[in-house]
Design a protein around this ligand. Structure first.
Ligand code: ZN
Length: 162
């Protein structure tokens, strides 16, 4: 958009008004009134364009503010986690534990973490184990992770009725 054309149109409209006011020739006045109508329409169109532009700039500013708040919140939360490789060989983020704490660790999805999303892994529902390890999944992106080793299977004693 050419902002200068707005100034030019406004200046021309002003000159036309001056001409209408100062002229004593009816033909010149009529011509100037016609031109003035054209200039007013031009300025109105420019005004509509500018308010559209202003609105879209405001929308962008709002989105950027929201994005910034999300990243700030993520940064605060992310400090409580560190990279960890599970027994099953998966790389996840694990909650840091203050020494002596008995609260068990919880784990985050690394894929979501790289997108600034904190997503806590949950035990699998359709797949609960794989190759001797428990499987946890990410509720956000549905990635699956091999976690701790499955407990050894106890031998089943079969008692015969004789
Ligand atoms: Zn995920």
């Amino acid at each position: 958009m050419d902002f200068m054309s707005g100034f030019t149109a406004a200046k021309q409209a002003y000159d036309l008004l001056k001409l209408i006011k100062e002229s004593h020739d009816q033909a010149i006045i009529s011509g100037a009134i016609g031109d003035l109508h054209g200039k007013i329409t031009e300025l109105q169109m420019l005004n509509a364009k500018l308010s559209g532009l202003y609105q879209s700039e405001r929308d962008v500013a709002v989105k950027l503010r929201e994005e910034k708040a999300k990243i700030e919140m993520f940064t605060v939360k992310a400090e409580n986690y560190e990279l960890h490789t599970t027994e099953g060989g998966s790389t996840v983020y694990r909650s840091k534990k203050p020494t002596g704490s008995t609260i068990p660790h919880h784990h985050l999805c690394t894929h979501c973490y790289s997108n600034s999303v904190i997503s806590i892994l949950q035990p699998g529902i359709s797949t609960t184990k794989s190759a001797g390890y428990f499987v946890h999944y990410c509720p956000q992106c549905k990635n699956e992770y091999r976690m701790g080793k499955l407990p050894p299977v106890k031998p089943v004693s079969v008692r015969f009725p004789y």
